[in-house]
Design a protein. Sequence first.
Length: 670
Amino acid sequence: MTMANRDSQGLAPSLYVGGANTAPPELPQVRTFMRSVLRDLRALEQMLDGPLIESGLRRIGAEQELFLVDAQGRPASIGPDLLEELGHPALTTELGRFNLEANLNPQIFGGRCLRSMESELNSVLATVQEAAQRRQSHVVLTGILPTLRRSHLGIDNMTPLPRYHTLNNVMTKLCGGTFRIRIKGTDEIHIAHDNVMLEACNTSFQIHFQAGSSEFPRLYNAAQVVTSPVLAAAVNSPVWLGHRLWKETRIALFQQSVDARSTTHQTRGQSTRVSFGESWVRDSVLDIFREDVTRHRVVLARVFDEEPAELLAAGRPPELSSLRLHNGTVYRWNRACYGVNDGIAHLRIENRALPAGPTVVDEVANAAFYYGLLSAITQEHDDVAQTMPFDHARSNFYHAASHGLEARLHWTNGGIYTARDLILNELLPAAHEGLRVAGIHDEDRERYLGIIEERVRSGMTGAQWALNSLEGMSDQGTADERSRTLVTATVERQKTGDPVHKWTLATLKESPGWRASYDTVEQFMTSDVLTVQPDDVIELAASLMAWNHIRFLPVEDDDGALVGLVSHRELVGLLGGQRHSEAVAIRDVMCCDPPTVTPETSAVDAMALMRAEGAGCLPVVQGTQLLGIISESDLFNVASLLLQEPPRRRPRSRLVKAVPRIIGAGTGHR
């Protein structure tokens, strides 16, 4: 769900500020732009009660985001190259070079619209897949790619368009230079990052539903309610950076990855740019647009020539380009959209919460469930806001993202149910009726809602398939090999077109090869690192080493920055088996400038450095931050594996060729 791709209201990329300049917009430009936004809001207010906004007609649409991976299941930064080669009108850029987006044609809601959506999506993806295969790469549909690593999230992997760099500069400045992520699930992750590329970890299947201006509040409120159970059944993003987090980790990650609030604004509870919202819509779509202008500063700006008042006087709908541009930088999970097609204005609800994948038919089934519930709940309730507190709707959403089908959800009748029971006993019958009333073909209704029912009964969501597969491989291979196997198995199963509840679990027998798990130190370093601080006593370091059978301890400060390294040999020599009358601090004995490597350092370069420095270990750092450590035993294990592998016909890698020389030389024990 990339931020600066297009604003999801139909604006072309050229409308974004920046050009060759990637600096934030100047204050005079921001002020002029905000005047245009307010002018657009006044124009929209005039339009709401008139004939210029289409009503009485339902249309649906979708946007498909996707990952590109190489033969080893790792991100393939070929998106811009594929776009240039294909020139396909439905395809556009995403923030990351390893992402693309496909925009589908709108469909009249009824008849075979869902089948048409599936057919068009399969066609577009087949075109991308064919081009990717010519580069030994593949398309994969998943909410978060399991093989993503911190090294993939640098500015060098950002799509090289000025608007992305503009947005990165503005957002980074607003947040004080650091985006902080903290998510707790089965595992817990807490990291700091210096750019917006964290957002490129997420891909979604965004679906649209057109609404007339008078009915917009009740339809939007209904969309807020039904999103939670649909998401619970659709979860497909359980792993990020090797950590098992939420069933739909995208929700937490995206909300935090573009959180540009200052510490003061966070303390005051100011809402994030990515949010579920703060309240029900009471009067009109203006409630949403006004709140977003109130709460969120301008980050992209441009002066447009349009004069909405003149167009309204002539009986023509304005584009409201300034309002749409600002709206494109605020990311509600159900976003209100205004657009003009063929001289006719319309409003629509854009649902951004559902993940990409696991397959096209799974995605269309999720869409069918959403549309059916939206139709059903608006038939049952004049306004669902009268039957459920907003806080219940919001808590439902985050519970569904965190726990999937096991989430406990409040419902409109006042009851609390597991998502699984609510879907099977109440919501699937309602969705069937909603699609029937909308005129969806019976065969398609049974096809797509049948997939939802079988998925929910089996409990085999995309997230659960991934977690079960990883658990089955837990005592085999390396973590990197397991994650690559998960991705390449996903690619192969997606090719069959079978929905995820019919998939067999991934096994290490399907591994694309263990060798690629040792290309860089990031893939096999120890990230659960024991450390000490400079003012700790040396006896603590000695005890930690003895208890955990290790010979080296990195020394870090309160902020996690590496400041030194202490070795077992140094401590043994100092302690000499005697008790000291005075406590000696680690800073007095540590090596203050140990050799280090970055996550991207190749294994062979790490071996060479260890040999040249006579080092027994190498801390792995990003900037000054300690990320992990590799020891000489780690590298000897890699070398041993490579030497034991049977010879292949293909030329040996640089690492294999270097092994005998490095092992023969050995390392020291610094």
